[in-house]
Ligand binder design. Structure first.
Ligand SMILES: C[S@@+](CC[C@H](N)C(=O)[O-])C[C@H]1O[C@@H](n2cnc3c(N)ncnc32)[C@H](O)[C@@H]1O
Length: 432
């Protein structure tokens, strides 16, 4: 379906605002830390002397330093945003009309109309009439990347300068924590708790297929975040496609997957943005190095791709890139994803429809309905776990291997606070 001019402009504007958020990180975060300095000077001299004896001001200086290190890394991520479309101006800021999405989503049909492929593309991606290729360290591993938009330069010219708000900055700060989850040694605990049982279930389901033939099996990971689960699945030899619609995630995952040639090349401080619940300074000021693996270390001939856009629009329509999605996927792995639905009935319907007969859906996650109480008048259907499973059965799934898996999500392991999700795990098969 072609885009209206308004939709294209909205998409461009949103992308430019995300770039502006990345580029204004240092100024915004230093100002937040400076508030603490100002507060210190409001105190009586004897209180300040006591704080001086605790080296409070030195701590604030160390946080400033960490923010500057973060900014350097963050600016590298958006150094060449044109990878996602045609030229993006290298001006410091994106510009905006002040639009705010509840989710920083990429309208999918813009992708369909004008994708950008990076790396050696997936055959069906190559079929796209407007695609164009870029070289990538992952070339030769069939890693492809279908980016979200075009002509973004027009979004960064001639408009008032965009001022990111805390909602924007929180998304960026979350992206840093998500990088820890997916690509650092420290994230291994969460990945072991979540990705490992999902991969085991996948291997178990296809245990009769020799490893050398796994490439014939197509695995989809919707809501792939920063891509580690999808990458791990490709590393096992399966053909794997991640799907993601957040610009924050897409920019960061592109950078890690295609612009990182050394283990632990990037160092940043994801925990310096809050002083709460810290047992000591290390809990806040320890650096995290990423990645813990070389993204280009996929075996020769691997087939790994990330597709940018809305899951429902891409996989729910009859025709994506000229190819029907029905029955095309041997496995679908949803990790912390199904509760992102406005209408979970449609998510499950799509998953069922695009699975091949006998295919497997592997799910792990809580039910933190993302659109509950939204302020944008979007519909939101919120079911209990029992209801979701009932619905899945009514759709035609046979559910097995049900269990509860306790896990944190982007948790600071050294914080005094930690939320534990009692996530639901299951495998579900579509009747052959
Ligand atoms: C809670 S995160 C989970 C990320 C990853 N699976 C993990 O376990 O770390 C949910 C992800 O789904 C993405 N997402 C939400 N709705 C989506 C949609 N309709 N289409 C594609 N991605 C979506 C979000 O941007 C986010 O990255």
């Amino acid at each position: 379906m072609p885009f209206s001019e308004a939709e294209i402009e909205e998409e461009q504007t949103h992308f430019a605002n995300v770039i502006a958020t990345f580029r204004q990180y240092a100024r915004y975060s230093l100002a937040a830390n400076n508030r603490r300095r100002k507060d210190y000077f409001t105190l009586p001299i004897e209180d300040r002397e006591l704080l001086d004896s605790l080296k409070y001001k030195e701590k604030l200086a160390a946080v400033d330093h960490a923010i500057l290190v973060n900014a350097q890394f963050i600016n590298e991520i958006v150094a060449n945003p044109e990878i996602f479309g045609d030229d993006v101006d290298s001006e410091e800021e994106g510009q905006a009309k002040g639009m705010q999405n509840q989710e920083d989503s990429v309208p999918n049909s813009i992708i369909k109309d004008s994708p950008c492929f990076i790396g050696h593309c997936h055959p069906e991606d190559n079929a796209h009439p407007h695609g164009h290729s870029h070289s990538s360290p992952l070339e030769g591993h069939s890693h492809s990347y279908e980016g979200p938009s075009r002509n973004l330069s027009s979004a960064v010219s001639g408009r008032a300068r965009y001022r990111p708000n805390d909602h924007d900055m929180e998304k960026l700060r979350s992206t840093l924590k998500q990088l820890v989850r997916d690509w650092s040694g420290e994230g291994i605990e969460e990945r072991e708790a979540t990705y490992t049982p999902m991969k085991s279930a996948l291997l178990e389901h296809f245990k009769e297929i020799p490893q050398t033939e796994r490439g014939n099996l197509r695995v989809l990971v919707p809501g792939a975040g920063l891509g580690r689960l999808a990458w791990d699945v490709a590393k096992l030899g399966f053909t794997c496609q991640g799907n993601e619609f957040s610009h924050y995630m897409l920019l960061a995952s592109f950078f890690i997957l295609n612009r990182t040639d050394e283990i632990e090349k990037h160092v940043f401080y994801p925990y310096v943005h809050s002083f709460s619940n810290l047992p000591d300074n290390t809990a806040m000021l320890r650096p995290i190095a990423i990645p813990d693996v070389l993204p280009s270390s996929l075996p020769e001939g691997s087939n790994f791709s990330l597709v940018a856009g809305d899951f429902e629009e891409i996989y729910g329509s009859d025709d994506h890139d000229g190819e029907s999605q029905a029955g095309q996927w041997d496995a679908i792995m949803t990790c912390f994803f199904i509760d992102t639905a406005k209408n979970v009935v449609n998510y499950l319907r799509i998953i069922h429809r695009i699975l091949a007969p006998g295919g497997i859906w592997i799910n792990l996650g809580p039910l933190l309905w993302h659109w509950e109480n939204n302020t944008t008048n979007d519909p939101s259907i919120e079911l209990t776990l029992e209801e979701v499973k009932d619905l899945a059965r009514k759709m035609g799934f046979h559910i097995s291997n049900e269990r509860t898996i306790d896990t944190t999500y982007t948790n600071n392991t050294q914080s005094m606070l930690g939320y534990v999700y009692h996530t639901a795990f299951w495998t579900a098969t579509r009747a052959a």
